[in-house]
Design a protein around this ligand. Sequence first.
Ligand code: NIG
Ligand code: FE
Length: 410
Amino acid sequence: MTVLVRNARQLLTLAGEHGPRRGSRLSELGLVENGAVLVREGRVVAAGPAAEVEALPDAGRAEGIDARGAVVMPGFVDSHTHLIHARPRLADYEMRLEGANYAEIARAGGGILSTVRMVRSATGEQLEQQGKAALRTMHRHGTTTVEAKSGYGLDLDTELRTLEIAGRLGAVPTYLGAHVTPPEFAGRAGEYIEWLCREVMPQVASRALARFADIYCDEGAFSLSDARDYLLRAKELGFGLKMHADQFSRLGGTKLAVELGAISVDHLEHAGAEEVQALASSTTVATLLPGAVFHLGLRCYPPARALIEAGAAVALATDFNPGSSPTCNMQMILSLACTEMRMSPAEAIAAATINGAHALGIGGRAGSLEPGKSADLLVLEVSDYREIPYHFGVNHVRLTMKQGAVIPWD
Ligand code: NIG
Ligand code: FE
């Protein structure tokens, strides 16, 4: 099927670069005034000035979508989510608002381990329904590619089940066995990591259930030496590497991840000058998750400006999860990135599309509107892209297209 999206007052192609965008090029959106996009069999044939695209032979026969003077851009790539987590943690939220800290919430039966209990006792069907509902919300808010981590099962069966569901739902699955130490290994984090490396990771690899392996390296989670063992084993088994690093404390995780050639390091709230430099001189994408800082009521936003100015490749993602960032909305992440981290609207859009795609190793087929790439695009109810973060907390998406098909809202 051939589709022509026309009458875009602003078309953002994000075209023109092979790797992730860095430095001043992060704000180059490939903006075309009065643009059109021609799509055939789920892929972009052409994206550019209406006069050129509409003159192509196929354009006359195409089914038309009239953007009516709106902004058209690539769909968001949400490269860091904990999509499958059974249920929200509303009691934790209220306790935190009343001033309780992480340890108090955990003592009251909340925190990550309470989600682990919920996910272990849920049926596959329940988890799939929960994931599907969240994905629907993501699509409505303009996300067309979603990464989904395991890490709320921690035992073999529940981790495998979570990854299978993530794959079935069309997400990019990441194995996060090393999220926290489960109760059956309480006080024995090192032994847990050994067990993951010996028993679990090889099964995830042989069943091809995840493309990436991730570890939460922080106080209260895993140490730097645990992270080294885990990531080295993951690398040996062929996984791409990711790390949750520098969220609450600076343990040296970022430098380790860079040294091991990780595809991304995520969070970075407490990254300092050394981490910024390490990232700037590497191919590792710095994925920032301002939703987690906002929801936790903290002020320690990651150093986006320093990273961009040093030349690091910066991406933005939701970190959608029930504890620290219960949002499915990348537009809200853009607003936080601009207001709290001083990114420009253009930088935030590039970080949330093409750079997110590079953080998942799919920059060659998603994240921008270029010939041959997947036709994942949005029509937004605004006439200037800067309105997307500016009018915060509002859903601007009128239409989401994935692989050339308009996603129906039900
Ligand atoms: O990315 N940092 C670790 N994990 C999550 C929080 C998970 C939870 O609270 O359930 C995060 O912020
Ligand atoms: Fe996370």
